[in-house]
Design a binder for this molecule. Structure first.
Ligand SMILES: [Zn+2]
Length: 344
């Protein structure tokens, strides 16, 4: 029996020595130390032994078990260590390799132009006002001197949602909303940048959604010359210090008088070229003195207060500034187009 146990121990230790994987070790553990293993089997035969022999054999059996268990544990630690080392070797990072290039994006040209215009007017003491894109008929039209049935409503084809709600056709309703909040007390000095919507067929110069920046100043003694001076600063900042502007009479229902504002051509300096269509001037924006009806509807006394307003098309400014020939480039997310505008 003693011989048998010694033999089992040697056999187990040999197998442990040769084991290459943790699973193999576990199989050995089950085979030799398990309830159905050969050592248990040997111990079952102890009943036949004499009272003197029994404790000796018991002690020996325990020694054998112990030896096998210890060998398994130590081999297990060894195998685990090897596994960790292999994993580390496989996942080694070569820190001397050059990194993958990170692609840095840049501002969308429209965003860049908007921010430039906002900075300019903030520097002149204006505040930025915002309003909803889904607007009521009242703020979009009526409060701006465009009562229902007014023929000039046709100048702006609209997306109506219900009879009283529409996608705003300009950012002018923000003016009306802001003036109402002032409860008849000046000064009001705001710009309102935002998206506007019109039922236009999209082509090189038209888009059913575009971006407008409305400007409004209301105070005592605001004159046409204040408007001209302000827009001159704007034109010079956007298109160069040598630029001049000219005002031409025009019509908008919410301003009286109304003007169309041109800037002297930045390409030919006024001699005439294809950008200015030979005239030396480029249409820049529409503006005018706030109509007394608009002041009155917003709660301002037109006898005491006057004001001017202007509406800048951000796409038009961006197209002129960057020489973009199709408004749709701004909305089609073509990376080849967008990556030409480098971060400043
Ligand atoms: Zn020109």
């Amino acid at each position: 029996m003693q011989e048998q146990l010694k033999q089992l121990q040697q056999e187990a230790l040999d197998k442990i020595e040769q084991a290459q994987e943790l699973k193999e070790l576990n199989d050995i553990r089950v085979a030799y130390l398990g309830k159905k293993g050969p050592i248990t089997e040997v111990l079952r035969g102890m009943g036949k032994l004499s009272a003197e022999e029994r404790p000796v054999m018991g002690a020996l059996a325990n020694e054998v078990r112990e030896a096998i268990a210890t060998a398994i544990t130590s081999k297990q630690e060894h195998l685990e260590q090897i596994a960790v080392e292999q994993k580390l070797a496989k996942e080694t990072i070569d820190v001397t390799l050059p990194g993958r290039p990170v692609r840095v994006g840049n501002h969308h040209p429209l965003t860049a132009v908007l921010e430039e215009i906002e900075d300019l007017f903030l520097g002149m003491g204006y505040q930025i006002a915002e309003g909803p894109e889904v607007e009521t008929d009242y703020f979009n039209f009526e409060a701006l001197n465009l009562p229902k049935g007014h023929p000039a409503r046709d100048m702006q084809d609209s997306f109506y949602i219900t009879e009283e709600l529409l996608l705003r056709t300009h950012t002018s309703p923000v003016q009306a909303r802001t003036m109402e909040k002032h409860e008849g007390k000046g000064p009001v000095k705001i710009i309102c940048p935002g998206k506007v919507y019109r039922r236009d067929n999209d082509d090189a110069t038209h888009s059913h959604q575009f971006t407008q920046i409305e400007g409004l100043v209301v105070d005592e003694n605001i004159r046409m010359s204040d408007l001209k001076g302000t827009l001159e600063v704007f034109a010079k900042k956007m298109f160069g210090e040598e630029r001049e502007i000219r005002l031409r009479p025009s019509f908008f229902p919410f301003t009286e008088p109304s003007v169309e504002v041109d800037v002297s051509c930045f390409s030919c300096g006024g001699k005439g070229c294809n950008i200015c269509k030979g005239t030396g001037w480029i249409e820049m924006l529409g503006a005018g003195m706030v109509h007394p009806n608009v002041l009155q509807m917003a709660g301002f006394d037109p006898e005491k207060y006057s004001g001017f307003a202007f509406g800048i098309g951000a796409e038009r400014i961006a197209m002129l500034k960057y020489g973009v020939d199709d408004i749709r480039h701004f909305y089609t997310d073509d990376v080849r187009f967008l990556k030409q505008f480098k971060r400043a």
